[in-house]
Write a protein that binds this ligand. Sequence first.
Ligand SMILES: [Zn+2]
Ligand SMILES: [Zn+2]
Length: 408
Amino acid sequence: MSGSRKSSAAFFAAAVFLLAGLQTASAHEALKAKAHGVDLTRLPVGDTRVSDKPKVGWIWACRPPLDAPPAVAKGPWFNPDGLTYDLTRKAVVQGEVTWPHRFVMRVEGDRRIFSSNDLPNHPTGEFPISPQDPAYQYDRNPSRISAQNMTVELPLNPTPSAEPTCAPGAVGILLTGVVLFNALDAVGLDAVAHESQDGCQGHPQRDGVYHYHSLTICHDDAVLPDGHSALVGYALDGFGIFGRLGEGGKPLSSADLDECHGHTHAIPWNGKTVTMYHYHGTWDFPYTVGCMRGPFDFADMITISGGPEARGEGLRPRDGLRPGGMRPGSPPGPGAAPPRAALPGTPPGTPLGPRPDRVQFAAAAAKLGVSEQQLMQALGPPPPDFEAAAKRLGVDVETLRRALVPPR
Ligand SMILES: [Zn+2]
Ligand SMILES: [Zn+2]
């Protein structure tokens, strides 16, 4: 009796293992099928490619580069050379979970407005990662995917800044309705090389915000008539993010692009052909945005970073940083933020009032006597930690909050 129970348990375990193996194999096949001939078995590990200024093939992140990479366990997909990894051997989080996706994009005046619950239009893996999942031995991400309520407004016709700025932790939103984080994980290492993501390259952070650190292969890999990839999303500065193929269908690597991971040529834009800047995804580090080519709004960054701010909790109107979806003119004082349950009900297409006051990041930095980069670095990876930032800058929290409150 106990023998047969033991053998049926062993059989069950073997079946689960086999099934997991098949799922992983098919996820790896799907990756290879979209590689456009790029060698995914020897991609550079980006851990040491974090810069404090713009640099091709590196990321200029709004966080201090690490003095020394923290010691983290490395999965067997890291090559013995210590410099590269094999994406086609990396653990893939199992599962086929579907979600009530809600993503609305519309144009109003000179703004492109997105509202998203951040739940993708494609299946995800099962999170938290199950102990039965082969990925569990490398990454025990305990987070659960949860619906967000994000509204961001980007310029319809973005313009580059005189000088680029560092890339915040969250850099944009893809057409799958899911937010795009930069190439780094919470400790500042190459997230694509180290973290376990699902077959669509997404996973949740600690507040349940599902996100990518690179382009997803689960979005239609469409190309324009000349072979250049189609648009796949938008960066926070309003510039488009396109797929991994450049003009004539040439697969791009970071070396083909500028420091911010983009270039300028004619692209379809708002129904016309326009010569303008745009970002590209690549298979190699930093995968998407390396720095921000145009000005972006601090409030939008907070919104797509997740955390209580994205859900309208915890950010009181006195903070001045109104999360997306809140209307200007909300009565001040505690309790003015609508309860969370009320937020997802905002029907798509509800006209927004005038755009909330912008957070003048440069003005805030000047007020505090620090550079924009110092302020951004102090705020750290998303969601920004005001207490820690104040400490790092040597100011009290109220001073920091007041500096970030837009003028009225
Ligand atoms: Zn992540
Ligand atoms: Zn291009």
